[in-house]
Write a protein that binds this ligand. Structure first.
Ligand code: R5P
Length: 270
């Protein structure tokens, strides 16, 4: 890895403890105006200072994030199908590397769909994206997307994460599962977990804690933060696990304290 690539990656996976709190707000690229992300600008604004990096599309970046921000941007560069379309796995690269550089992206992100109908296409696209990204010193985040018919178990997720790393991804996003150590230990690059569908806050904090304890460097979490009634307390509680080594119980106490200190739901601190 060259200096530029290392420097970019270090802005996402923070030294000295190699931990990452990435806030995912890219859902609209196939889900449209997702609940509580209808107006990305107002969802992102109160959370921006609490995340290490923001994962998003170029459309949301251009329209909904102040260009004065110092937060690193992880730019989703894949897409092509919608939640109501033919097959979600049929993704291609939709953003040029030149535009990503122009937008000052710190890393590029794309999905692979191992075991799906379009597995070949997405894996080859990952290899091609890494080829181009290497020329610009840009790290690539591979997202292991899981079709409804796939089991989210350690066997499948280890396969998908390892394949992503073998193609040259510099960081891999996947889902937490039982025996998650197996997934992390067989993947030679840092692993972060997605939060998935909204679950109770206490459960999302447990998920975060268990993933980090098993070796994940952190999270790329979206709905379990901004679909919470108290997004700022939630991101701060998640942060206390990722960066503060808090356990899930302490993070839950912190969440409740911050909620009770806030003036009302969905205020700056709630
Ligand atoms: C899904 O492919 C999107 O890329 C999201 O960024 C990802 O699922 C993480 O968000 P969430 O925590 O809401 O699952």
């Amino acid at each position: 890895m060259d200096w530029g690539q290392e420097n970019r990656l270090a802005r996402i996976v923070r030294r000295p403890h190699n931990r990452a709190l990435m806030l995912a707000v890219d859902h609209g690229y196939f889900l449209g105006p997702t609940e509580r992300l209808e107006d990305p600008r107002s969802t992102i604004a109160p959370l921006l200072k609490y995340c290490d990096s923001l994962m998003l599309t170029r459309g949301v970046l251009r329209t909904s994030v102040p260009s004065s921000t110092g937060t690193p941007m992880v730019l989703r560069v894949s897409g092509g199908t919608s939640i109501i379309g033919e097959d979600l796995s049929r993704e291609d690269i939709t953003v040029s590397i030149r535009d990503a550089v122009r937008l000052n992206a710190t890393a590029l992100a794309m999905s692979i769909f191992v075991g799906s109908k379009y597995e070949y296409q997405t894996i080859v696209n990952l290899g091609r994206l890494v080829n181009e990204a290497e020329e610009c010193g840009m790290p690539v985040l591979a997202v292991t997307a899981v079709g409804k018919e796939m089991a989210r178990d350690a066997r499948y997720l280890s396969l998908a994460c390892r394949m992503a790393a073998e193609q040259g991804a510099h960081i891999v996003k996947t889902y937490y599962c039982e025996d998650f150590e197996q997934v992390v230990n067989s993947c030679p690059v840092p692993v972060i977990i997605a939060g998935g569908k909204k679950i109770p806050e206490r459960d999302a904090l447990d998920l975060t804690y268990k993933a980090v304890r098993a070796g994940a460097v952190g999270v790329d979490m979206g709905r379990n933060i901004w679909q919470s009634d108290n997004p700022v307390p939630m991101i701060r509680a998640v942060r206390s696990i990722v960066h503060g080594n808090a356990d899930a119980g302490s993070a839950w106490e912190m969440y409740n304290r911050l909620v009770s200190e806030s003036t009302g739901p969905r205020s700056e601190s709630g």
